[in-house]
Design a protein around this ligand. Structure first.
Ligand code: FES
Length: 138
């Protein structure tokens, strides 16, 4: 299996790995097949993601995609973040081996789940955002 330099870099030196005590939204998702778990923290001010971090109990590809995803969402508006797909994260990493594509889905879902949590806490509706799925299979 071949990993791009970007994937290796984000796996070896993952960005934004930490818990966030004052997060505006926290999303935790799991993949029932591999058992990996991803938690994403977002800080949101005036509709803009000002900080993002993650913690994971997951494989290397999950670490790399979450690292990249947290970098990509910073500075973006909520509306922009909703539109960030796992495909966009994979592109930014110069691709992932096919069998590892589901790992990037975990990153996208965790970001969306964190937005959902933020919306719930603030009584907001975020256009285009779906509720997190339970026991999702990829
Ligand atoms: Fe489970 Fe990658 S193998 S997230």
């Amino acid at each position: 299996m071949e990993y791009s330099e970007q994937v290796m870099d984000h796996f070896m030196n993952p960005r934004n790995v930490r818990e966030m005590e004052d997060a505006s939204g926290v999303g935790t998702v799991g993949n029932v097949k591999c058992g990996d778990i991803m938690r994403v923290y977002l800080k949101i001010q005036n509709d803009v993601v000002t900080d993002a971090s993650f913690k994971t109990f997951g494989c290397g590809a999950a670490v790399a995609t979450s690292s990249m995803a947290t970098e990509m969402v910073k500075g973006k508006t909520i509306a922009e973040v909703v539109k960030i797909t796992n495909a966009a994260v994979m592109d930014a990493l110069d691709g992932l081996p096919k069998v590892k594509a589901h790992c990037s889905v975990l990153a996208e879902e965790a970001v969306h789940a964190a937005l959902w949590d933020y919306a719930q806490k603030n009584g907001l509706t975020i256009e285009g955002l779906k509720p997190p799925k339970e026991g999702d299979e990829h």
